[in-house]
Design a protein around this ligand. Structure first.
Ligand code: ZN
Length: 439
């Protein structure tokens, strides 16, 4: 693969010193970052080098969507609270997926992510081999996990998850990985959690679980197990550095301490929590306790947008509003959650623009009214615009592993109109299988 030389942009490295290079450069050599710095790249240049003029663009690490589900049917009975929504919509839909529907739903979901500057998704869903094909074809980095639950719920089993691991883990030059997924505790048992931990250890991979998402989940856990969800997860060995716990809205002080003791990774999904009426996570306390907190959109059914710029804004405003405190969740810290923290949670070499890191880079066009006014050379204002003013439509270019997936907002890896056609057809097909049909 030839080198890609990105020049003349405002480079927000998100490195340890949060260096910003105005009129700087980033050089990608194959799937790695070969140079980052101020001014023009001194070279030496070669004939095959491709140059991107990033004048008027912010150049930053790709965003990490730390809690993600491929979505087949957003805007469908989405007036319901979480538990009713799952029973009447989500589970029937995903029980009736076929291979094509899963592939095209994943392609459409990854398309929306790529268009919004997301380079990595942590995707819990079903039919992982079909999702893996979609991720490989469109070029996004994807960590996949199954919707594992007790058998009576007719979702996935740990054997399904192991089979998926054997089938697709490490595919697409390592861009596709497979974790062990647990749907959530109301559909699980302590034994299933212990078996999930054993499988993850056996496969030497991570775990993805919904945890403490709603008050009903906490009540269910206390009723069935006599303890809060995180306490059950802790006792079962499910927590740990390679476990991503999504939501964590209703954590007690004890549960925050258990997360800290085990080094468990947290995905904060504020817009999903708000839409489903689940509450506001205690992020200030989690950060004060030293937990690593990344951001996720959750699912288009629960959000209804995959736009991580929207999620970033929510991840600031919701806490400021709830605590009556405008000092919380400053823009550079929120962008750190959406880049570095997400990458760190997944153990990935992404999330910052530093030499030797993976070449996952996005270019955000600032030559539009969302970024106006913008004082040249003012990093604080640029961070602020990225988190509070912009949305994903400002993303011009998305690069994963040094490969340009989107440029000038045009998807280069697949046929975008075909993805939309097939995703619509897939949703209709699956909907027709649900009896009685409902919308
Ligand atoms: Zn979720």
């Amino acid at each position: 693969m030839s080198r890609l030389v990105i020049e003349n942009g405002t480079v927000l490295t998100m490195d340890d010193d949060r260096q910003v290079h105005f009129g700087g450069h980033v050089v990608l050599d194959g799937d790695r970052i070969a140079a980052v710095g101020p001014g023009a790249w001194p070279g030496p240049r070669e004939d095959g080098d491709e140059v991107i003029d990033a004048a008027g663009m912010a150049v930053l690490p790709g965003l990490i969507d730390l809690h993600f589900h491929t979505a087949i049917g957003k805007g469908y009975s989405d007036h319901l609270p979480l538990w009713e929504y799952l029973d009447t919509c989500w589970y029937p839909l995903i029980r009736n997926l076929d291979a094509d529907a899963a592939y095209w739903a994943a392609a459409a979901s990854y398309l929306e992510s790529i268009k919004g500057g997301v380079t990595t998704v942590n995707d819990m869903y079903r039919r992982l081999p079909d999702l893996g094909r979609a991720a490989a074809d469109i070029g996004i980095r994807a960590v996949l996990s199954n919707d594992v639950a007790l058998d009576e719920h007719q979702l996935d089993t740990l054997q399904d998850n192991k089979d998926a691991y054997d089938a697709v883990h490490g595919r697409a030059d390592g861009r596709v990985e497979v974790y062990v997924g647990i749907e959530w505790l109301p559909l699980a048992s302590p034994e299933l959690l212990r078996d999930a931990r054993a499988l993850a250890d056996d496969l030497d991979t991570g775990i993805h679980v919904h945890l403490n998402e709603s008050l009903t989940e906490v009540e269910n856990s206390k009723e069935r197990f006599g303890r809060r969800p995180t306490e059950v997860a802790y006792d079962s060995g499910l927590l740990g550095r390679r476990t991503v716990a999504a939501h964590c809205v209703w954590l007690s002080d004890t549960e925050i301490a258990l997360m800290r003791e085990t080094g468990t990774q947290i995905s904060h999904n504020p817009s999903s929590n708000a839409k489903l009426g689940n509450g506001i996570a205690r992020v200030p306390e989690m950060l004060a306790a030293g937990l690593n907190v990344g951001l996720g959109h959750d699912a288009a059914e629960c959000n209804n947008s995959l736009d991580m710029f929207e999620v970033m804004k929510f991840a600031s405003l919701i806490h400021r509003a709830a605590r009556v405190d405008a000092s919380l969740q400053q823009a550079p810290d929120v962008l750190t959650m959406a880049t570095r923290n997400g990458a760190s949670a997944l153990g990935h070499d992404t999330g910052q623009l530093s030499v030797g890191r993976k070449a996952d880079v996005i270019l955000v066009d600032t030559r539009n009214v969302m970024f106006t006014p913008l004082i040249p050379g003012n990093a604080d204002q640029l961070y602020s615009h990225l988190v509070f003013a912009a949305n994903g439509s400002a993303v011009d270019t998305t690069i994963v592993d040094g490969r340009i997936l989107m440029r000038g907002r045009q998807l280069l890896t697949m046929d975008e109109p075909e993805i939309l056609r097939q995703a619509n057809a897939g949703f209709q097909r699956v909907l027709d299988r649900i009896s009685p049909p409902r919308i």
